[in-house]
Write a protein that binds this ligand. Structure first.
Ligand code: ZN
Length: 411
């Protein structure tokens, strides 16, 4: 998608704001001698921004609006080091809510819906993003936050929630619990808005069937507002995103060059109107592609494909590059197993070993299933993994993101 004249103007206004504030990126752009961009070619020469830069700007180096205009900060998780702090102005908070309300509308959710929100509140952008968007829409919010499944299910029945917002892992857990307790006919859910992690078609089908709902993928990241910058539409392919607020590019993650529309690569995002912490050409490390052409739903907003993984998910095993999504696709072909799996990579006796744990019911011969999966995986990635089959329910379910790949080589 080539950047438009109008988008270029907005980028220029962000460059001017960054430089005027003398914030982290303002200084960087000034040092690079960049004051404006006049063409798509100029734009493509702008340097990328990276999460490591954002960490370097800790705590408030990204702040680009005057302090008196900042109304809130959010932070991305600091599990891998210094957290990133993103300041928001009142307009940023409002813009985010407008985008999020648009997501709900795209999913056919209205002000008559009752939206149960299970993602976390606090420094995270998750819970509060879902909430502000729902209030903007005029729906009734049931702000549960994460955990306490007994209470979740009780409120779901008593409040007659029609929409559930959750991670895919937690939606799966709720679905299994509803089935176990035999309360499916007391549940009024119609739709699920699922955020923040890559999930397989199989898991999607499981959740949709168990809860009897239609599912929507919501896209977003803390550095760029939070969840709510894109969502899939009923019947259409991929996710629409809001190009009046954001400019998206797809690049080759190795060369950094733009790839043609339709080709896979890494999503890079530029915020067009953000005030508190504008970002230019931010590398998300999420893998997707632009879907060319107009959507069958008639909406004019452009589309990206479902997120296929992350550039940093790539595992190098026995010298071969492997993405978890490749394994997941193979597993998706086996109806005998559940949607849950775990990949463990270890280094034993001088050799890398990959073990794949999958779940099945007692109706199948564990050895037979394991052998057939191992053969299929080998034909896909070139070497044979050790496949371990366990009973359904043995692998961990999580209220947040389920860790599916555990690399024990560097412990
Ligand atoms: Zn559409």
């Amino acid at each position: 998608m080539q950047i438009t004249e109008k988008q270029l103007e907005l980028v220029n206004s962000r460059i001017a704001a960054l430089e005027k504030a003398g914030s982290f990126y303002g200084k960087k752009l000034k040092e690079a001698g960049i004051s404006r961009v006049d063409s798509p070619e100029d734009f493509a020469k702008l340097p990328f921004s990276e999460k490591s830069d954002l960490r370097e700007a800790y705590p408030l180096g990204l702040m680009t609006a005057p302090e008196e205009e900042i109304v809130r900060i959010h932070s991305s998780s600091g599990t891998t080091g210094t957290p990133v702090i993103i300041p928001y102005t009142a307009k940023d908070v409002e813009d985010w809510a407008i985008m999020f309300a648009r997501c709900y509308e795209t999913a056919g959710i209205t002000n008559k819906d009752r939206i149960q929100i299970t993602p976390g509140y606090g420094l995270w952008t998750a819970g509060i993003g879902f909430q502000n968007g729902a209030e903007r829409l005029g729906a009734m919010v049931i702000p549960m936050g994460p955990g306490n499944t007994d209470k979740q299910l009780q409120m779901m029945q008593d409040m007659e929630s029609t929409v559930i917002c959750a991670t895919s892992s937690y939606a799966l857990l709720l679905g299994e619990e509803i089935e176990k307790r035999g309360i499916r006919d007391k549940i009024k859910l119609k739709k699920g808005v699922i955020g923040s992690e890559r999930w397989s078609q199989k898991m999607r089908d499981n959740i949709a069937n168990q809860l009897g709902i239609e599912l929507f993928d919501i896209y977003g990241l803390t550095e760029i507002y939070g969840p709510g910058i894109g969502i899939n539409c009923p019947g259409g392919e991929g996710m629409h995103y809001w190009d009046d607020y954001l400019y998206l590019e797809i690049i080759d993650p190795v060369t950094g060059k733009n790839v043609p529309d339709g080709e896979p690569g890494e999503i890079v995002i530029t915020t067009l109107v953000k005030e508190g912490a504008p970002l230019i050409r931010y590398r998300t490390h999420d893998l997707s592609r632009i879907i060319p052409g107009k959507c069958s739903c008639g909406r004019c907003y452009p589309r990206i494909d479902t997120i296929k993984g992350r550039t940093d998910d790539m595992m190098k095993i026995k010298g071969v590059n492997v993405f978890p999504s490749q394994i997941e696709e193979v597993l998706g072909g086996f109806h005998e197993i559940s949607s849950e799996y775990q990949i463990r990579i270890s280094h034993l006796d001088g050799k890398d070993t990959m073990r794949i744990y999958v779940e099945t019911t007692g109706d199948y011969d564990f050895n037979d299933v394991a052998n057939r999966i191992a053969a299929k995986v080998k034909s896909r990635i070139g070497f044979t993994p050790i496949v371990k089959v366990v009973e359904v329910g043995v692998l961990p379910r999580s209220e947040k993101k389920t860790a599916r790949v555990i690399d024990e080589r560097y412990d």
